[in-house]
Write a protein that binds this ligand. Structure first.
Ligand SMILES: *[C@@H]1O[C@H](CO)[C@@H](O)[C@H](O)[C@H]1NC(C)=O
Length: 493
């Protein structure tokens, strides 16, 4: 068969194909935007992927672990991995970067390239993990004491430093493959920041400040990158439009006008992070959503973002989602992942705007566990049930009104620990970072309290209950999350 085909080809064609083969081995293809979709090799492309923020730490101790991790990602069809392009000493002063940490990132980028994995790199963090906004202020010569995150966004010195930081990253020559980051197709996309919140910044003046910061950073990325995609790293909250799709009254108070930002010219792809912990207690009864309610909320939340993305003609990526243990169960996690995978398959079938999904957080071995870890080196088959009683399925309902706000899992940071379920795994240490004065906790609380007087969720309406939860329970009863990845891999590539 192969010989027959080859014998019909002219020598010139064969040579061209051979050369092309060599070329593609050295350089793969860039993921590009094609209307409201992502394309790879000229065709619409839908992907599943994961976050793995810990790579920047573990690469320092064991480079082989990065390679083993990407091997596992390929086994399960996780083709896009999101990680941090900043670190404890990246930068440590204006323009200064720890070279060992940078070489670690070099190794991750090069290993991704060798494994045909695409990366999303976030350039900074709203939260304190690794490099905080306060760190950037100090490095820019702005004393953060007595100031808050609005001052971070509004400082011209910080903006100058942050743009230099962006330039350093994108123009970096990789010490392993000698390519500049901006000419490496293993880097699919850059997030201007991870979760650029400005709590309590819902007024027009603060909104202008946050937007102009993001416009300046995205524009700087856009003007430096010939090929790679630009995104903001947002969570998806609405302000002044679509607010009834928000996860709570106070979501408008995170300072993120997702629909307005979606139209920014310099961004190629839109980004959403969705967690059950974002859900606030809702009026009129002030009860918190249970798991089934969360699933229905999530589908409505994804749908509205997909519609907006299609309207503005840009793809949207569910860049973070997941379910924390032991507050929820493995069974509930599988159900959630199956639901998200079904949505992705539907997007592929219908040519929809949601191009891909990345869960928080993929791990192997003894990687730290914030309760969200999905271990890619675990058994694919579900272990036979143990006779012990199953843990309680959902958290106790909260009765308090607006004002509560938690960080997302990508905040990082430490908290209370629970014993590890498996020997050799790290114990669960849940992230407990909350809004501080610097992160405008009081302003956020006041804003949420005011919003709670009038806000009503769309997703508690009868028509919004579209997920057949019992059907999903039956369908996923014997599944693991890893099986969902394998099934999705077979369905979408
Ligand atoms: C931002 O900074 C400028 C001065 O550089 C100031 O006039 C303005 O009030 C600040 N905006 C906010 C919302 O703090």
């Amino acid at each position: 068969m192969m010989l027959n085909t080859q014998s019909r080809l002219s020598r010139a064609t064969t040579l061209a194909i051979l050369l092309l083969g060599i070329f593609t081995a050295a350089h793969g293809s860039y993921v590009t935007r094609c209307g409201h979709q992502l394309c790879l090799d000229g065709k619409p492309w839908y992907f599943q992927g994961a976050n793995a923020y810990w790579l920047i730490d573990f690469v320092q101790k064991d480079r082989g672990m990065v390679d083993r991790f990407f091997d596992k990602c390929n086994e399960f069809g996780l083709k896009v991995i999101r990680t941090w392009a900043f670190n404890h000493a990246m930068p440590y002063e204006w323009g200064k970067y720890d070279e060992n940490q940078f070489k670690g990132l070099d190794y991750i980028v090069d290993s991704a390239s060798r494994h045909n994995i695409k990366l999303i790199l976030a350039l900074g963090n709203t939260w304190t993990a690794y490099r905080s906004p306060q760190d950037f202020m100090r490095m820019a010569g702005v004393d953060p004491s007595g100031k808050d995150i609005l001052a971070f966004y509004n400082s011209s010195a910080v903006r100058h430093l942050y743009k230099d930081h962006i330039s350093t990253l994108v123009w970096r020559t990789n010490t392993f493959n000698k390519r500049r980051y901006l000419e490496d197709d293993a880097i699919m996309m850059w997030d201007a920041m991870n979760e650029p919140r400005c709590p309590g910044c819902s007024d027009a003046a603060s909104q202008r400040v946050v937007r102009s910061f993001l416009e300046e950073m995205a524009g700087h990325l856009r003007s430096n990158l010939p090929q790679q995609l630009v995104a903001l790293g947002t969570e998806g909250y609405f302000l002044n439009s679509y607010e009834d799709y928000n996860p709570g009254a106070g979501a408008r108070c995170e300072g993120e006008d997702w629909e307005g930002l979606a139209r920014m010219r310099s961004i190629d792809a839109l980004v959403v992070h969705a967690y059950e912990r974002q859900l606030e207690s809702v009026p009129p009864k002030w009860t918190k959503c249970d798991f089934a309610c969360f699933l229905n909320y999530l589908i409505q939340y994804l749908s509205v973002h997909q519609r907006i993305a299609a309207d503005v003609g840009k793809p949207v990526i569910l860049e973070e989602f997941g379910l924390i243990l032991p507050e929820y169960t493995q069974e509930q996690r599988v159900l959630l992942f199956r639901l998200v995978a079904d949505n992705l398959q539907w997007m592929k079938q219908s040519g929809g705007a949601m191009a891909g999904t990345l869960f928080w957080n993929a791990a192997i071995g003894n990687v730290w566990d914030d309760g969200y870890n999905v271990y890619l080196d675990a058994p694919v088959a579900k272990p036979s049930p143990s006779p012990s009683p199953s843990p309680s399925p959902s958290p106790a309902p909260s009765t308090s009104g607006g004002g509560g706000s938690t960080s997302s899992p990508s905040a990082g940071g430490g908290g209370s620990s629970a014993p590890a379920a498996d020997a050799g795994r790290a114990p669960i240490v849940a992230n407990t970072e909350t809004l501080t004065d610097f992160l405008r906790g009081p302003q956020r609380a006041a804003c949420a309290e005011a919003a709670a007087k009038w806000w009503l969720p769309m997703w508690t309406a009868a028509w919004a209950q579209t997920v057949d939860v019992a059907g999903y329970q039956r369908r996923t009863a014997d599944m693991t999350v890893l099986q969902v990845f394998l099934d999705t891999k077979a369905a979408i590539y």
